[in-house]
Design a protein around this ligand. Structure first.
Ligand SMILES: [Fe+2]
Length: 411
């Protein structure tokens, strides 16, 4: 073992988190890899150049920004590890040639890589599919304290990531409450509706309102996702109820991930049609021309969130061979009937002070028709996946000193 020249509390890591000190028991080097071992049998194989890139303050990671400094063009094979050792208190010491640089690595930081806690899904809850049998109403949290109470805030965000749906009740009915939440989460996704937009229904004026959206009428809205006209549709939608005197107009929601799974097992030919045949979606407003072509069910690249492109008011053209169109329509009909059925869909009223957040690309949302007069006013905004996930990771790491929520019951 080598003597450590840096006290453990001063040993920097390539990020700004605090790591538990988990002493390394053994380190050895062979054929350009260092094998790092802990006493419980956990091991990590670290490539020479990756270790060099992560040497904090030794030309690998900048101390101020904790960002990497080395251009890949400069990472030549002449950079090699000439010695590895475990310091007296269990850190890793690595000597590099030809510079003779000696770098020390925090064992807790290395251990979090060995445990897979550096992956995008770590520190986030495991997505859980639901139906009305398992989730009859949106999971609900206390909106009156959400801005001040980190436990309530993280609980609300974790349910949003887990179920794709999470409600706050007893929120202030201020017109800027959505903005105050966004200030805690991240940038609002702007669209042709603006950053904060209103969904207003006045049943007495139905059919005559000057509106740019079917949402602002008294009509039923079938299960859908917003803005499939974009390369990446908005990640999450936040609907805050300021006023509701109208009868009917219940919110409807279904877990698109559950519908997709059921479709794939029960109607594989429909699943194949919806996941491979493209449609062109088109926002045809004055002065805008947003279009995107994609499948109804879009799994994207490995690890990407599910994207369901389902909004018939803006589905404009089949982007497929003519002979594929009959089966494309039959598959959409089947999917939409399943999404609107009691097997998959829940419904609930909006009360003033409610704020319902949902995954716009996973959850199929809609509204029953209004039945009696009165005003309803919702304020909405979109925030993308990256912002919500970043905020949830930070909160979960701050609030959980040992394990991520994927291994903890946070119901
Ligand atoms: Fe919508």
């Amino acid at each position: 073992m080598a003597a450590s020249t840096v006290p453990r509390e001063q040993l920097l890591t390539p990020d700004f988190y605090q790591y538990c000190w988990t002493p390394i028991s053994h380190a050895s080097h062979h054929d350009r890899f260092t094998t790092i071992s802990w006493s419980d049998g956990t091991t990590l194989r670290a490539f020479d150049l990756w270790l060099r890139e992560n040497a904090v303050g030794e030309g690998g990671v900048d101390v101020a920004t904790r960002e990497g400094l080395l251009d890949p063009a400069d990472l030549s094979d002449e950079i090699t590890v000439t010695d590895v050792a475990v310091t007296g208190d269990g850190a890793l010491s690595v000597t590099f040639a030809p510079s003779a640089t000696v770098a020390l690595y925090h064992p807790g930081w290395l251990r979090h890589v060995a445990d897979g806690e550096h992956r995008p899904q770590s520190w986030l809850p495991e997505p859980t599919n639901w139906t009305p049998d398992s989730l009859a109403q949106p999971p609900t949290h206390d909106g009156s304290v959400v801005l001040e109470n980190a436990q309530v805030f993280s609980g609300w965000l974790n349910d949003l990531l887990r179920y794709g749906l999470s409600r706050l009740r007893s929120c202030p009915t201020s017109e800027v409450f959505n903005k105050e939440l966004a200030d805690r989460i991240g940038a609002i996704r702007d669209t042709n509706f603006g950053t904060l937009w209103d969904v207003k229904a006045d049943v007495a004026l139905a059919g005559t309102a000057d509106t740019n959206s079917t949402a602002n009428t008294n009509l039923r809205l079938g299960p859908h996702t917003d803005l499939p006209t974009r390369e990446t549709p908005p990640g999450f939608q936040f609907l805050h109820c300021l006023e509701n005197q109208a009868g009917g107009g219940l919110s409807t929601m279904a877990d698109g991930a559950s519908v997709v799974d059921a479709l794939a097992s029960e109607f594989p030919h429909h699943y194949e049609a919806l996941s491979t045949l493209n449609w062109i979606f088109f926002n045809r407003g004055p002065g805008i021309d947003h279009r995107w072509s994609g499948p109804f069910i879009d799994h994207g690249v490995a690890g990407a969130p599910l994207t369901i492109r389902a909004f018939y008011p803006v589905r404009a053209f089949p982007d497929m061979a003519a002979e594929d169109q009959p089966r494309a329509y039959a598959a959409m009909r089947c999917f939409s009937q399943m999404a609107a059925s009691e097997r998959f869909q829940i419904s609930y009223p909006f009360e003033p002070g409610d704020l319902v957040a949902f995954d716009n690309r996973r959850i199929l949302h809609g509204r029953s028709a209004f039945e009696s007069g009165g005003k309803r006013h919702l304020r909405g905004m979109y925030i993308d996946q990256d912002e919500v996930r970043s905020t949830a990771r930070v909160l979960n790491r701050q609030l959980s000193s040992t394990k991520p929520p994927t291994t903890t019951n946070r119901s």
